[in-house]
Design a binder for this molecule. Structure first.
Ligand code: HEC
Ligand code: HEC
Ligand code: HEC
Ligand code: HEC
Ligand code: HEC
Ligand code: HEC
Ligand code: HEC
Ligand code: HEC
Length: 247
């Protein structure tokens, strides 16, 4: 009996396959670290290596012992959410030897704008400045205490914090309406914004107060049939209230 004869290309493929398989087995034996897979799909020794690294950050509570004055002020300020080491850098060494390793303080004008420089992607109302125009040439600390950044006087204009909305409204059909026409604003909102949020309109009837065809508002205001216009949807699902358009 003769052995069955395979075509040449099948034999070539079989050889390539055998080499690849051999390579994989060799790599598995030679290259995969010993502790791999002991606990899971990772190198078990890595856990010990990471645990043995030096601790660099002390945590803000560690600062209380020696800098209680600053700690207490900051806890009550608008910077209460920032840890000391966000601005001063890792300070674990400083705790061990306070005089030998003194943390840096970011005194340059470039630093604070990392968070406060104007950037339209930041949340509504986050305090922002246009760095080049905001009191140029002077360090921020001449007017703001970094541990208690009160505003020298509280901004009266809504636009100080809601710049984008204010500039849209200014060029819109609603430019003549003050913000307070549609929002009831508690006095505390301009000094501690998040603790006292203004009210927003909630019903179609609110807009209807000026735009319904029977409303007792000035004649030049465009009118709609409140009962049917836009179906049962809220007006601002179709018209942006700060820049309404009817096209
Ligand atoms: C054991 C006491 C102690 C603790 C805890 C401590 N500090 Fe200090 N810190 C000092 C002393 C003392 C100095 C003054 C060192 C000097 O000027 O030689 C100082 C100075 C500083 C300075 C001044 C730098 C400058 O430019 O003037 C900063 C910033 C600072 N500490 C931040 C921290 C932070 C952040 C923490 C918490 C992570 C902390 N410290 C925890 C004792 C402490
Ligand atoms: C928003 C950033 C920021 C945070 C958060 C911050 N600091 Fe500072 N800190 C500064 C700046 C900027 C200075 C320099 C102030 C100056 O030169 O007028 C400074 C100065 C200091 C000094 C030097 C002494 C002084 O009063 O000028 C100490 C000490 C200090 N900070 C400790 C702390 C501790 C402790 C915390 C946390 C409780 C903390 N800082 C949180 C920015 C910050
Ligand atoms: C890591 C980000 C971060 C850095 C860096 C930072 N801030 Fe702030 N800052 C905040 C946050 C968060 C608030 C609170 C915002 C809020 O209440 O909506 C705030 C609030 C403020 C306010 C407004 C206070 C008010 O009453 O409305 C001022 C002014 C201010 N920071 C100044 C500074 C100065 C000066 C520096 C530099 C020393 C600085 N910030 C660095 C995050 C930062
Ligand atoms: C000459 C004093 C002075 C200097 C210097 C200064 N500011 Fe101000 N800053 C003010 C005053 C006053 C306000 C109150 C609002 C206004 O009038 O614009 C303010 C407001 C702010 C606000 C709140 C803005 C808002 O619309 O909510 C932030 C954030 C701020 N400053 C950050 C900084 C930063 C960061 C620096 C440094 C790059 C700096 N300031 C330098 C005086 C100053
Ligand atoms: C000092 C800064 C500041 C000033 C001044 C300010 N706001 Fe705000 N406003 C905020 C912040 C911060 C929020 C919260 C934004 C968030 O949670 O996303 C907010 C939220 C709002 C909201 C939304 C409330 C909600 O439930 O979503 C309205 C409406 C509003 N402000 C209207 C006004 C009007 C009108 C004025 C002027 C009379 C004004 N604000 C002045 C900072 C300010
Ligand atoms: C014609 C009425 C009207 C006027 C005028 C108006 N708003 Fe509004 N505003 C609304 C309505 C309605 C909403 C709710 C929109 C929503 O829920 O989608 C709203 C929502 C907001 C919000 C929440 C965030 C957002 O963008 O939806 C802020 C902040 C705000 N307004 C600030 C202001 C400020 C500041 C002014 C003045 C410059 C102003 N509004 C003027 C009707 C108005
Ligand atoms: C489903 C989307 C939708 C809703 C919801 C909606 N509108 Fe409209 N609105 C439009 C469209 C599209 C136009 C332009 C075409 C037209 O006149 O019908 C318009 C036009 C208008 C006009 C201009 C009319 C004129 O004659 O110039 C006013 C004013 C208006 N709407 C107010 C409102 C008010 C107030 C509400 C809430 C009671 C509302 N809209 C709800 C889609 C909507
Ligand atoms: C206090 C009265 C008043 C209220 C409340 C009011 N508007 Fe208006 N609205 C006006 C005036 C004034 C105009 C501009 C008329 C003009 O252009 O001459 C206008 C114009 C409009 C237009 C037409 C824009 C265009 O392209 O012609 C729309 C759409 C609109 N408003 C939607 C709304 C919505 C949605 C609300 C509720 C969130 C609302 N309005 C609340 C007074 C009001």
């Amino acid at each position: 009996m003769k052995a069955p004869k395979f075509p040449q290309q099948v034999i070539s493929l079989a050889i390539i396959f055998a080499i690849l398989l051999g390579g994989l087995i060799a790599a598995r034996i030679l290259l995969v670290p010993k502790s791999f897979g002991k606990y899971g799909h990772y190198r078990a020794d890595a856990a010990d290596e990471v645990a043995s690294l030096d601790i660099k950050y002390a945590g803000y509570k560690a600062c209380l012992e020696c800098h209680d004055d600053i700690y207490v002020i900051k806890e009550k300020s608008n910077h209460r959410g920032l840890s000391c080491e966000v601005c001063h850098g890792a300070a674990a060494k400083h705790i061990e030897a306070p005089d030998e390793f003194v943390p840096d303080a970011p005194r340059g004008r470039g630093y604070c704008p990392l968070c406060h420089g104007y950037n339209p992607s930041r949340p509504t109302g986050f305090p922002q400045i246009i760095t080049l125009q905001h009191n140029p040439g002077k360090p921020c600390m001449t007017c703001h205490n970094p541990h208690n950044p009160l505003l020298p006087h509280s901004p009266e204009e809504c636009s100080a914090c809601h710049r984008e909305i204010a500039s849209q409204k200014r060029v819109s059909h609603h430019s003549s309406l003050p913000c307070e026409k549609c929002h009831t604003v508690p006095a505390r909102h301009t000094t501690d914004p998040r603790s006292a949020l203004p009210k927003k309109p909630t019903t179609r009837e609110f807009c209807g107060g000026c735009h319904d065809k029977n409303a007792a508002s000035p004649k030049e205001i465009p009118r709609i049939e409140l009962a049917s216009h836009g179906g049962r949807y809220l007006c601002w699902e179709c018209h942006y209230p700060h820049h309404p358009e009817a096209k």
